[in-house]
Design a protein around this ligand. Structure first.
Ligand SMILES: Nc1ncnc2c1ncn2[C@@H]1O[C@H](COP(=O)(O)OP(=O)(O)O)[C@@H](O)[C@H]1O
Ligand SMILES: Cc1ncc(COP(=O)(O)O)c(CN)c1O
Length: 270
């Protein structure tokens, strides 16, 4: 068992060769913020699934079991945090539930951060069969849940047309047993802004996020990782955690946006 105070996370998410989603989005920022990160890749794809050609491999349940067994046999499976994201298979999500049980035996105070990665803007980008596994098995185990609007609506079966609707969805997720619910982005703002909301049993905060005129992939994965890290670093101060998470994200998103604009400008000059 570890005795130092370094936060240690097991992160089970996707890996892509090109670009930044899943573990490629989460691991480095977590390391910069002081976490020791162990990563298991649910898939290894060339690119994220928004590309025309999806090539690569999906981790099989036996392979995941073997990796977990190796960690246990070598007694390096003490974690303060457990973070899960993109996974395509309902079976592997069920397996994640049993991994939580094992990790909690090693550390009963383990914090489980569940990013129920399923889709965005009205569309699923994983098979529909993962929804009931999140809804009925993983969500009730989550200490922190970080859905976007679409995912929160799918899990609860409710629609979010206004702030009141968002609060009803948040309550429904708390009623499933989730301690902290964070809506990473909602359409409740206007043309210029999106709205994020974080809630625990004591308080609920809303944050206005200025929108850049582009679509980003991997920001949801980054959001979940940053929220977990800032929650730890601020001693679970919900307001500060939300502010710090968005400030860090805005810095990265703005930089990416400016670079893309810069590239377009250079291209136009040629
Ligand atoms: N177009 C955008 N402009 C500014 N920030 C964005 C934009 N898209 C995403 N973000 C940032 O990324 C965070 C997560 O985005 P979200 O769309 O919820 O993730 P995903 O849908 O990929 O799960 C938002 O809270 C916001 O801070
Ligand atoms: C392989 C993979 N991993 C993760 C994601 C999740 O990305 P986001 O953070 O934008 O939700 C995607 C999005 N299609 C993906 O294709």
């Amino acid at each position: 068992m570890s005795t130092d105070s370094t936060p240690r996370v097991l992160s089970i998410q996707s890996h892509v060769v090109h670009g930044y989603v899943g573990n490629k989005s989460a691991v480095f920022p977590l390391q910069v913020l002081g976490f020791e990160v162990d990563a298991i890749n649910t898939v290894q794809f060339s690119t994220h699934t928004g590309y025309k050609h999806i090539k690569g491999t999906i981790l099989k349940n036996e392979e995941m079991a073997e990796l977990i067994e190796g960690l246990a046999l070598n007694e390096v499976d003490y974690y303060t945090h457990f973070l899960t994201g993109y996974s395509r298979s309902p079976d592997s999500l069920k397996q994640i539930a049993s991994i939580i049980t094992k990790l909690k035996q090693k550390n009963p105070n383990l914090i489980y951060v569940c990013d129920p990665v399923m889709g965005d803007n009205g569309k699923m980008y994983v098979p529909d069969e993962v929804l009931p596994v999140y809804r009925d098995i993983l969500v009730p185990l989550a200490d922190i849940l970080t859905p976007n609007q679409f995912e929160a609506e799918q899990i609860t079966g409710l629609t979010m047309n206004d702030l009141d609707g968002a609060l009803k969805i948040i309550d429904a997720l708390h009623n499933k047993g989730v301690k902290t619910v964070v809506l990473s982005s909602t359409d409740l703002g206007d043309e210029q802004n999106m709205i994020g909301i974080a809630s625990n049993k004591d308080s609920c905060y809303k944050i206005v996020i200025p929108k850049f005129g582009a679509t980003f992939t991997g920001t949801g994965d980054l959001f979940a990782a940053l929220f977990m890290a800032w929650s730890h670093k601020t001693n679970k101060n919900l307001k500060l955690t939300l502010e710090k998470t968005i400030a860090t994200l805005q810095y990265i998103v703005k930089d990416t946006f400016d670079k893309a604009r810069g590239l377009l400008f250079v291209w136009l000059l040629r």
